[in-house]
Design a binder for this molecule. Structure first.
Ligand SMILES: *[C@@H]1O[C@H](CO)[C@@H](O)[C@H](O)[C@H]1NC(C)=O
Ligand SMILES: *[C@@H]1O[C@H](CO)[C@@H](O)[C@H](O)[C@H]1NC(C)=O
Length: 207
């Protein structure tokens, strides 16, 4: 009798737990793109099982791999092909794994993109995380250099380019690396409230 009660409790607790958690598939890009062993400078995460960018990624824990299914359409209805990727191995500039929460290391900022229907999907479909107060270069989209900082209301994104690429120096003084100049500054409003808002992109600072 007691045993049965425990089983029932376990079952129900488990299903509750499953409904309130979300698996994320994360790709970690580090300063060492060959070995992936350097400081992490970019984490790109997608919600497991959700259709994003024509594909669905699932965490196959027993086989320690990710299964990516690619579709011909945006709604992920017309199957194209699928492939597996090993977990925690350095493949194509990054290592990947699954976590039950969005990875938000301290001293980073996070960009969350939500679905167009929060009643269908309240978790962010895709998430990107980047360092604060560090000069770094990222592989995606184009090996650009950045230095970002946050205060309570704004995220400041400083982007740098090489002097060589434009052939002459412009006014601003470089604070990232030598031979670089500040090519753009963006100020972005940050929020602590990361509840789903349809099709929104929310920025949050993890300090
Ligand atoms: C996922 O990978 C990151 C970066 O390599 C690592 O810090 C983290 O501990 C890993 N988490 C799991 C659950 O494997
Ligand atoms: C936060 O940073 C922005 C952009 O640099 C600045 O305009 C604003 O005054 C700062 N706010 C606080 C509270 O420091």
């Amino acid at each position: 009798m007691k045993y049965q009660t425990i089983i029932v409790l376990l079952c129900c607790f488990n299903s509750l737990f499953y409904k309130t958690r979300a698996d994320y598939v994360n790709a970690y890009y580090s300063t060492e793109t060959e070995t992936c062993t350097g400081e992490v400078v970019q984490i790109l995460s997608v919600l497991a099982g959700a259709c994003t960018s024509n594909s669905i990624v699932e965490c196959d824990y027993p086989n320690n791999q990710l299964v990516t299914t690619v579709y011909n359409d945006d709604e992920c209805t017309s199957y194209a092909y699928s492939y597996n990727t090993a977990i925690n191995e350095c493949v194509a500039l990054s290592t990947r794994n699954c976590t039950t929460d969005i990875p938000q290391p301290i001293n980073t900022y996070t960009v969350m993109t939500f679905s167009d229907d929060c009643s269908q999907q309240k978790y962010p479909l895709s998430v990107a995380t980047y360092p604060l107060d560090l000069c770094y270069q990222i592989a995606q989209p184009d090996f650009e250099f950045y230095y970002n900082s946050c205060n309570s209301t704004y995220l400041t994104l400083n982007q740098y380019d090489d002097y060589a690429s434009i052939g002459s120096s412009s006014g601003s003084s470089p604070i990232c690396y030598e031979n670089q100049y500040l090519s753009s500054i963006q100020y972005i409003h940050v929020t602590d409230n990361t509840q789903c808002q349809p099709s929104e992109i929310l920025y949050t600072c993890n300090q």
